[in-house]
Write a protein that binds this ligand. Structure first.
Ligand SMILES: Cc1ncc(COP(=O)(O)O)c(C=O)c1O
Length: 176
């Protein structure tokens, strides 16, 4: 076996985060531990405010994790048993789990071979009378072609729940 074959690829690491972030995370964890208010406290409110500013929306609601965010969004939109939900077959497992959690049926679509993201064409072709929603997943930091997907969704009358777990702050340039 060559040395290259022995290379260890860490599954997840804070290694590449900007300088100083470790100290800030440690300090915040200690502060929160001392405050003993882990749910709906001042820090969550502050996070919701700064995150909504960062992504340019009026409101953000802090939840436990990305899976919960998807489940709550689907529930809020009334997606449930008897509904088909379109999503890319190459997403992280939480996306399909969320659809199953609300009792809806996941319909896995092939992504674009260059971007690995859903295309408006694939969404358009997959819509049937049972389709209630589509979940475009912005994988690896690259946004899906949202203007086109939104147009298809509006024309066909289906709901759109974006999974931004891998693309916080990513933007689609005007006209793209
Ligand atoms: C595309 C995608 N959706 C959803 C999730 C779920 O997020 P969480 O692990 O916070 O539940 C992840 C997590 O990596 C993800 O990559």
């Amino acid at each position: 076996m060559t040395q290259e074959n022995n290379m260890q690829v860490p599954f997840f690491t804070f290694r590449d985060f900007p300088d100083g972030i470790h100290a800030r995370i440690e300090q915040t964890l200690v502060e929160e531990y001392r405050r003993q208010q882990f749910i709906l406290g001042a820090s969550v409110q502050e996070f919701e405010r700064s995150f909504s500013d960062y992504i340019g929306v009026k409101e953000a609601v802090g939840v436990g994790n990305g899976f919960d965010a998807l489940v709550l969004s689907l529930r809020a939109l009334g997606v449930g048993p008897g509904d088909d939900v379109l999503l890319p077959g190459n997403s992280f497992i939480a996306t399909i789990n969320a659809v199953q959690q609300v009792g809806a049926t996941p319909v896995l679509l092939d992504p674009d071979e260059k971007t690995y993201n859903l295309t408006a064409q694939a969404v358009n072709q997959a819509i049937t009378q049972h389709t209630k929603a589509v979940i475009p997943v912005h994988l690896f930091g690259l946004p899906c072609p949202m203007p086109q997907i939104m147009q298809v969704a509006q024309e066909k009358g289906i709901l759109v729940v974006e999974d931004c777990a891998q693309a916080h702050g990513a933007v689609v340039a005007a006209g793209k």
